[in-house]
Design a protein around this ligand. Sequence first.
Ligand SMILES: Nc1ncnc2c1ncn2[C@@H]1O[C@H](COP(=O)(O)OP(=O)(O)O)[C@@H](O)[C@H]1O
Ligand SMILES: CC(=O)N[C@@H](CCC(=O)OP(=O)(O)O)C(=O)O
Length: 302
Amino acid sequence: MTTTRKHTALPKAQILVEALPWLTRHHGKTVVIKFGGNAMVDEELKAAFAQDVVFLRHAGLKPVVVHGGGPQISAALDRHGIVSEFKAGLRVTTEDAMDVVRMVLAGQVQRELVGLLNRHGPLAVGLTGEDAHTITATKHLPEIDGELVDIGRVGEITAIDTGAIEALLADGRIPVVSSIARSQDDGHVYNVNADTAAAALAAALGAETLMVLTDVEGLYEDWPHSDEVISRLTATQLEKLLPELSSGMVPKMQGCLHAVRGGVRTARVIDGRVQHSILLEIFTDEGIGTMVVPDEPEGDAP
Ligand SMILES: Nc1ncnc2c1ncn2[C@@H]1O[C@H](COP(=O)(O)OP(=O)(O)O)[C@@H](O)[C@H]1O
Ligand SMILES: CC(=O)N[C@@H](CCC(=O)OP(=O)(O)O)C(=O)O
């Protein structure tokens, strides 16, 4: 009886021990995890995501969740008879659309994630960039074909105040942040792309890792013609690649570059459609998906 129990328990013990180097390296470190709206495809996946985040927290890391909700916003706008339009990868956000964006992100998606995390204990606290001046933005005017274009209430981040998030982390909580920013004068709010918000927070928090969960395996080398994933690239290599990227990958990879240049040790784009993708990332040496790292110091370059 005892021997059988030992036999079945041994592989579990080995698996835990295998994770030890990663867990030791990351103990006490902040990990910003961006959960994209496209990765939130089913209930089981969302529950598994919450388990992974709680696991990290209990393993001694400090996870911060930043969530998106693009498809959920589009569906709600549709119900309100508002057509979704994107320019330069960003949602054209009218005053009316902004009300819906805020309602969906802060009132629906964030609440759901907070609820899933709190099934495991009193851990998660939701906030938006409006709270305690966490994210301040100014009107973003993207340049398209050499012209600055007005896309409404879309914000460009000008300042991050990490005070509230750090207080929550110090109290053992898991902050869950919606990508909405305040204006400098608190007169209105801005819609910010969630990848951009996650990257800015990761840099400002001095996070060890930024993990971006999305609905593809990683950055494809020659999208949409092939599904060859680029497994690792340096900041400079990514910078060269940026002008060739399209749609949702633009803010994602710009964000990874910003984070790594801002001191984050690694930024990873991983497949959020795979159950427990965060834990898989820990248990595989090279990780899955695409990893962006700072430039190699002179002399170390291949
Ligand atoms: N080079 C590329 N590699 C992978 N995906 C790409 C690439 N270029 C564009 N994409 C598109 O970007 C999408 C991911 O971005 P997005 O839809 O904004 O996801 P999320 O909701 O997770 O932020 C992919 O589903 C794919 O359609
Ligand atoms: C300005 C802008 O485009 N904001 C995004 C915010 C949500 C988001 O980024 O969600 P995903 O991560 O799921 O794409 C939007 O309105 O869709």
